[in-house]
Write a protein that binds this ligand. Structure first.
Ligand SMILES: Cc1cc2nc3c(=O)[nH]c(=O)nc-3n(C[C@H](O)[C@H](O)[C@H](O)COP(=O)(O)OP(=O)(O)OC[C@H]3O[C@@H](n4cnc5c(N)ncnc54)[C@H](O)[C@@H]3O)c2cc1C
Length: 362
C-alpha cells in the first residue's frame, strides 16, 4: 500500500514557531520505498517537495507551501560494537534527544553536549547541529541517504557531507538527498567533553564529571535559556537561535572591536567575544552583537518578541503571523548592521517565504 497523501494540511502545528500556512500536499513515510513513491508522485505532478523533520528549524510562510511536504517518521536506534567504538545508527524520524539519552545511558561519549536539542536525528546533519563545543560532524561516520534525483539509496561517508559551521551539502543543496538514517561512532567509557566555559563553570564542583552529569548540566543550562522544548515555557515558540554567529575576516573583527570601544559598548578588547578559527577567520557572538545593538531581551513587537532569556532567540507569543516574525527579525538584523556593519544570517530554513534581503543604502 502506498503512503497516504493528504491535502491542505496545516503546517503551523508541525513547527515549533507554530506559524505559517498549510502544505498543499502532505505525506508521512517510513521506508525508503515509500519515500521513492512519494517523490515520484510529486515529480509526476510537477510539485516541489520539502522534507520536514520535527519542524524546529523552519519558518513557514503565511500562505503555506503549494508542493508536497514529506515527513520521515521511521524511528529506532541500534547499537553495534566495532573496534574501539560503538556505532549508533538512528533512523531519521527518531527524536534526537532520545538518541543522546540512550547513548549517555550506555556510557558512550561524543554527543553528550548535544543534549536537549529539539528535532529529529535525520535533520542533525543538515545544519551540523552543535552546542557547547560539540557538533554532530565530530562523530558522524556515515549517512544512509536517498538521492532525490536518481532515487537510489546509498551510504554517504562523513567526508562527503561537506560539514562546516551550521552547514552541510544538505543545507547548501536541499534538492540533493534525504537522510534516511545517521550512524555515529561513539567512544565507550571515554571522558565527556567539557570545553565550553559556561559548562565548565556549571560543573566546577565535580573533578571528573560523568557523561550523565554533563548531560544534566547541559539540560539545566539550556532550560535556563529556554533552549529546550517545554510546553510551559512562555518563550517556547521559537527555532532556538534565529541568527548564526557571523564568521568574518580578522580586519572586520578588529573593526567591530574598535566600534565597540568607540561607543563604550566594551571597555577592553577582551570584552568583545571572538573565537579564532583556522585560516585566520574569526567567529563573533551574534547574541552579544544583538544586545550591544540595543535589542533587549523581552522586547515585544505585538505577538512576537525577543526571548526574555536569550537575545538571539525570537519568539512567537501566539496569535501572530510569519510576517510579524520576519518584521522583528529584519529589525534585529538591521540594528546590528547599523551599529557594527555586520549582516546577520538567519539559521532557520524558509519554506514558502523568502528571507528579506537587506535594503541597500547610498
Ligand atoms: C528551543 C530550540 C533550541 C535549539 N537549539 C539548537 C542548538 O543548540 N544547536 C543547533 O544546531 N540547533 C538548535 N536548534 C535548531 C533545531 O533544533 C535543529 O536544527 C534540528 O536539527 C532541526 O531538526 P528538525 O527535525 O526539527 O528539522 P526541521 O526543522 O523539520 O528541518 C530543518 C531542515 O532540515 C531538513 N531536513 C529535516 N529532516 C531531513 C531529512 N531526514 N533529510 C534531509 N533533510 C532533512 C529540512 O528540509 C529543513 O531544511 C534549536 C531549536 C529550538 C526550537
Amino acid at each position: 500500500m502506498p503512503p497516504a497523501i493528504r491535502q491542505n494540511v496545516p503546517l503551523a502545528p508541525l513547527t515549533t514557531f507554530e506559524l505559517g500556512g498549510p502544505a498543499g500536499f502532505f505525506c508521512q513515510v517510513v521506508t525508503s520505498e515509500d519515500a521513492v513513491w512519494a517523490l515520484r508522485w510529486a515529480g509526476d505532478r510537477g510539485l516541489p517537495v520539502f522534507v520536514l523533520g520535527g519542524g524546529s528549524n523552519v519558518v513557514v510562510g503565511d500562505a503555506g507551501f503549494p508542493g508536497l511536504v514529506l515527513q520521515l517518521v521511521a524511528r529506532g536506534t541500534e547499537f553495534r560494537s566495532q573496534g574501539d567504538y560503538v556505532l549508533v545508527e538512528a533512523q531519521a524520524g527518531q527524536p534526537w534527544d532520545d538518541v543522546v539519552a540512550a547513548a549517555v545511558a550506555r556510557d558512550l561519549a561524543g554527543i553528550e553536549c548535544l543534549s536537549g536539542i529539539p528535532g529529529t536525528a535525520g535533520a542533525t546533519p543538515v545544519q551540523n547541529v552543535g552546542a557547547y563545543g560539540q557538533e554532530v560532524a565530530d562523530t558522524i561516520l556515515s549517512l544512509r541517504v536517498l538521492d532525490r534525483r536518481s532515487l537510489v539509496v546509498r551510504e554517504l561517508p562523513a567526508a562527503e557531507c561537506g560539514f562546516a559551521y551550521r552547514n552541510s551539502v544538505f543545507r547548501r543543496d536541499p534538492g540533493q538527498a534525504i537522510v534516511l538514517s545517521a550512524s555515529f561512532a561513539l567512544r565507550p567509557g571515554a571522558q565527556p567533553l567539557v570545553a565550553y566555559r559556561e559548562l565548565a563553570d556549571a560543573l566546577a564542583s565535580q573533578a571528573r564529571p560523568s557523561l550523565s552529569e554533563v548531560r544534566e548540566a547541559v539540560l539545566d543550562l539550556r532550560r535556563k535559556k529556554s533552549m529546550v522544548c517545554d510546553a510551559h515555557d512562555p518563550n517556547r515558540r521559537s527555532a532556538g537561535s534565529f541568527f548564526t554567529n557571523p564568521v568574518v575576516g580578522a580586519a572586520q573583527a578588529a573593526e567591530v572591536v574598535a566600534q565597540a570601544l568607540r561607543e563604550n559598548l566594551a571597555h577592553a578588547p577582551e570584552e568583545v567575544p571572538q573565537y579564532p578559527l583556522p585560516g585566520g577567520r574569526v567567529k563573533l557572538a551574534a547574541g552579544w552583537l544583538v544586545e550591544r545593538a540595543g535589542i533587549v531581551r523581552g522586547l515585544r513587537m505585538g505577538p512576537v518578541g525577543v526571548s526574555s532569556r536569550h537575545a538571539l532567540v525570537l519568539v512567537h507569543h501566539g496569535g501572530g503571523s510569519t510576517a510579524d516574525l520576519l518584521r522583528l527579525a529584519v529589525h534585529v538584523r538591521d540594528a546590528v548592521a547599523l551599529r557594527f556593519a555586520i549582516t546577520l544570517q538567519p539559521e532557520p530554513i524558509f519554506l514558502g517565504v523568502a528571507w528579506p534581503a537587506p535594503q541597500r543604502t547610498g
